[in-house]
Ligand binder design. Sequence first.
Ligand SMILES: Nc1nc2c(c(=O)[nH]1)N[C@H]1C(S)=C(S)[C@@H](COP(=O)(O)O)O[C@H]1N2
Ligand SMILES: [Mo]
Length: 507
Amino acid sequence: MAPGTPARSTFSTGALAALLAAVVMLVLAALFGVPVAPQLVADRLTALVPVGVFSAVLAGLESAAKPLVFGGVVVGQVLLGGLLGVAAGRAVRRGISPLAIFAGLLVAAWVVLALVIAPAGGIGPVGATSTAGVGATAIGDAVEALVFAGVVTLGLTSTEGDPAVDPGRRRLLRLAAFGVPGALAAAYLARFGVSLAQKSGVTPASHASGQLVSPITRTADFYVVSKNFIDPTVSLNGWQLSVSGKIDHPQTYQYDQLRARPSVQRVTTLECISNDVGGNYMSTGQWTGFALRDLLAEVGLQPSASHLVLRAADDYSDSIPLVAAMHPYTMLVYDLNGAPLPNEHGYPLRLIVPGIFGMKNAKWLKSIEAINTDYSGYWQQRGWSNVATVQTMSRIDVPTDSGSVTAGTAAMVGGVAFAGDRGISRVELSTDGGHTWGAADIQPPPSSLTWVIWTRSWTPAKAGDYTLVVRAWDGKGTPQDANDQDPLPDGATGLHRIGVSVKAASA
Ligand SMILES: Nc1nc2c(c(=O)[nH]1)N[C@H]1C(S)=C(S)[C@@H](COP(=O)(O)O)O[C@H]1N2
Ligand SMILES: [Mo]
């Protein structure tokens, strides 16, 4: 490097190296399940920031939150890389050998990844408690550190050159050598961000606007929520379910063994605890698997066991109390709607636990441990309810908010209502903002664990603006909580209301 090389160029060299390392990291994560540093940083941030602040921001951003957090953390990584580049530039100027600089950067980057970010992200030093394992984490981090240190060292030393070469030309050469991979890396990361926003992010259920939902949601339309930037891809080879803790006979089960057990099918509705009033983060599926309590009977639960900890391949964990585990309808499932679980829904095995919000329905399940205390899972550590009982909800799907109907003509109003395993006993609709109410018809639900579809015919007499409101009662006769509450921490409450304009019938 020429003695006068400005800090600007050493910074951009470090930033570029960090960008390339980020791409390498995503590739390693997709191929070998190596932990993703931005994910670990994001996990740490969400656990640190006061939940109120965090959820206020996230609620406003909805499903854009994940790609934005990812982008933010990558930008942070690039800035850090830039600073390390500046430091390395100083070392070059002080005459330290490129080899020493390379070694220093390699060690520094590895230490940051393996000994700072990994434990901060909750997977222990070098991913000791990660399902990816110490070996994969150590090697993955080493490869990433190698790319970073290599690119910085090359970048700083290659700028050294024949002083006879015209500086403009040198700049051009450097741009070609480093700008092109940098631009490719940036494009790759941007594309990753976009695909994160489109699919592997957080997706509400899709259903045709202004229509009733179908009782069972098509798999392609099913809502998806996961904490991950990159979901795990579990290969059956090497996968097993382990059952341990306060039990008499610790066991591991292969996928085929689980599929060979007598199976049951149940239709249940799943709802995310962060679903807003009127929201679409809920779907109904037909699940195939077997009762968890049958498996527990086999391994011999000890009397002291009070909770089960569920751990997954994405280092997600949660717990359920024994009463929920022993519920006859709590299942370990491997099929959704008659086909093996799609990856985003937890292939090869997940938990389905009736009456409790989605977060406790662990996907990509790897182990079950019986313990004798309570246990705070991933979302509980971030302020969400541990009991997580589904709130009674109801939603208007037809007509749409700000839709219109015609005066003097019967219009069908309808939607869904859900109260977990308590079922729905009654739904009422108001077409005057909640002053008067009329009972809706309830279609027989697919099962006692699902939403119901309700409808009511409405013939508005006069043109004008109307507010429609819906409310439901659960199977125990308890009315839906009408107080408006945000989803955090216990799930949203409040009544869904929409505005409808009634047009005069044209003559
Ligand atoms: N392993 C794992 N399981 C998980 C999650 C996760 O991030 N990792 N997210 C939970 C949340 S918050 C919800 S709402 C449901 C969503 O299930 P679905 O994507 O199949 O609809 O999965 C739950 N199980
Ligand atoms: Mo959720």
